[in-house]
Design a binder for this molecule. Sequence first.
Ligand code: HEC
Ligand code: HEC
Ligand code: HEC
Ligand code: HEC
Ligand code: HEC
Ligand code: HEC
Ligand code: HEC
Ligand code: HEC
Ligand code: HEC
Ligand code: HEC
Length: 321
Amino acid sequence: MRFWPHRFPLALLVCSVVMLGRVEPLGSQTPKDNPKPSAQSHKYVRPTDPSLYVGTEVCKTCHEDIYNTFATNPHFVTTIDSKLDAQKGPEWHGCEACHGPGKEHVEGGGDRTKIFTFKDVSPAESSARCLDCHQSSHEQSNYGRSAHLQSGVACIDCHSPHHAKDTQSLLRESSPKLCYTCHLDVRAQFVRPFHHRVNEGLMQCNDCHNPHGGFERHQLRTVAGQDQVCYKCHADKQGPFVYQHEAKIEGCEVCHTPHGSTNQRMLVQNQVNLLCISCHSLSTGALATPSFHNQANEYQACTLCHTAVHGSNSSNVFFTP
Ligand code: HEC
Ligand code: HEC
Ligand code: HEC
Ligand code: HEC
Ligand code: HEC
Ligand code: HEC
Ligand code: HEC
Ligand code: HEC
Ligand code: HEC
Ligand code: HEC
């Protein structure tokens, strides 16, 4: 959902209702059940006295360079009266919407101690400034519970309002380069011989993850019905099949590494048979492979006969699709 200034009051109202609604159940919990501190607990309270604000045009007089790039920035809409709710005070406008009231800074001839600079504050406090406007967006609304904020990564570690290299989404660096600056292990996975083509620009980290957080483990996205993200592109593996391979219940990752692998088809094992018998042990039990498999077939790939390994509409042992 795109965000527009005239939605500010509604967004804030919804936000506070949600927060009020959560007070009761939390109170009845033991302290150890309480969620980790979220960005909401650092909510920025905007001073509303109009006389504390000077307006973007005044900032321009001393910060012309910044102003000029700002004029080409999506945040510039916050300076355009016709796009703003008539009741919205100056605390929501232009430079001061992020940097706070600027009168004292200006009267001090540019006193740096009298203006909010995003330096020397906690990631939660810094991000709260941004979330004040962006919380209402479905994409960013879960930032408070994200692994990123929990680990001290702020909005401005990825985004730069004034010095973005990738102006598309005001990113400090375009993705995946941005992500690799911190996730070196993931970078190594994507250069393996069999990989999803993220580095080649065919898909993005964002296709599978929401860097702003969500409800799934590893900040994974889901498709309709909360199904695994993989079905967004591999719908043929979902079915519905008359005969499902129940291995999939545990997720595609029981057999595939999602980023990249040295094994063909990005399998977690370098031999298909080892993968299959990791569940279908050759001895006895519910998942056991019939004993006649042990002899002559030992060196044949299981998928030679069981070809439709993701599920089938015609064969309960997955011989045919
Ligand atoms: C969307 C929030 C936002 C808005 C709006 C904004 N700034 Fe900033 N500003 C920042 C952040 C964040 C930084 C910290 C540096 C960074 O991360 O790039 C910053 C840094 C600065 C700096 C420090 C020097 C520098 O180049 O980093 C100045 C000066 C500044 N802003 C002035 C302004 C002026 C003037 C305006 C209006 C024309 C403005 N800002 C609008 C967020 C904002
Ligand atoms: C009278 C001139 C003047 C005006 C008007 C002015 N500033 Fe500044 N501002 C300065 C000076 C001088 C500095 C210090 C620059 C330096 O030391 O590099 C500064 C620094 C800043 C910084 C960076 C502080 C830091 O430590 O990095 C920010 C942010 C900033 N101004 C924002 C604003 C905003 C927002 C406005 C409008 C509300 C504004 N300024 C209006 C003169 C001005
Ligand atoms: C006063 C409200 C307000 C604040 C505070 C604010 N933003 Fe925004 N932001 C907006 C609006 C309005 C847009 C334009 C939305 C649109 O084009 O649909 C926007 C757009 C964006 C975009 C999208 C750019 C694009 O190309 O789609 C990013 C990224 C962003 N803001 C990041 C930030 C960050 C980071 C901060 C904190 C440093 C911040 N914003 C603070 C109102 C705000
Ligand atoms: C770990 C890096 C990272 C962090 C931290 C992060 N973002 Fe983003 N953000 C991205 C990337 C990557 C995109 C680009 C999405 C795309 O182009 O598909 C993006 C896109 C956006 C957009 C563009 C429109 C949209 O909704 O898709 C907005 C607005 C935005 N971020 C705001 C924020 C705010 C506010 C915060 C802090 C609460 C934040 N981001 C924290 C990486 C990050
Ligand atoms: C095809 C979908 C997909 C793409 C594209 C993807 N991921 Fe993942 N990622 C996953 C899945 C699924 C997991 C969970 C793996 C598991 O459960 O073992 C995961 C796990 C992770 C983890 C946590 C575990 C770890 O390996 O550290 C990080 C961090 C991560 N991904 C970052 C990234 C980054 C950065 C990119 C882009 C360069 C990216 N991912 C692209 C699907 C994807
Ligand atoms: C400033 C450093 C930084 C940047 C940039 C960054 N991350 Fe992270 N990311 C972290 C940290 C720290 C964690 C939490 C510790 C961990 O799980 O590795 C994390 C966690 C994650 C997780 C969750 C891992 C889990 O196991 O739950 C995913 C997914 C992820 N990042 C994806 C991305 C993507 C995609 C990008 C690029 C858009 C990105 N990150 C950019 C630092 C960063
Ligand atoms: C955004 C679309 C998209 C998503 C989401 C996606 N994939 Fe893929 N996947 C592809 C494309 C495109 C290819 C084949 C082309 C290529 O080589 O990149 C592929 C190839 C594969 C392959 C075969 C690789 C080979 O060597 O033949 C496997 C296995 C795979 N994906 C598993 C997964 C799993 C598991 C997930 C979920 C974690 C997933 N995919 C999510 C687009 C996607
Ligand atoms: C029981 C293990 C297992 C599970 C679970 C599994 N796969 Fe596979 N997958 C395989 C094997 C084995 C192959 C290689 C088949 C071959 O070489 O004939 C394969 C091949 C693929 C291929 C490439 C060839 C093709 O048929 O298009 C894709 C894409 C794929 N799987 C996606 C997925 C997705 C998405 C999921 C989750 C819904 C998933 N797999 C779950 C074992 C599994
Ligand atoms: C993660 C564990 C797991 C892996 C790995 C796995 N399977 Fe399965 N498989 C299952 C489960 C669970 C069932 C359902 C068993 C049942 O219904 O009793 C099943 C059922 C089957 C069946 C149908 C037989 C029946 O009793 O319903 C065949 C055939 C089969 N698997 C073949 C394979 C092959 C071939 C591989 C390797 C590509 C493989 N499996 C990998 C867990 C796994
Ligand atoms: C030469 C072909 C062939 C190969 C190779 C093969 N199988 Fe089978 N598999 C069969 C046949 C035939 C059946 C019995 C089908 C039936 O009952 O209708 C079967 C049945 C099964 C069943 C279902 C047992 C049940 O109780 O219903 C499982 C599980 C199984 N195979 C696993 C494997 C595994 C694991 C491998 C690799 C180690 C493998 N198969 C290799 C032909 C093969």
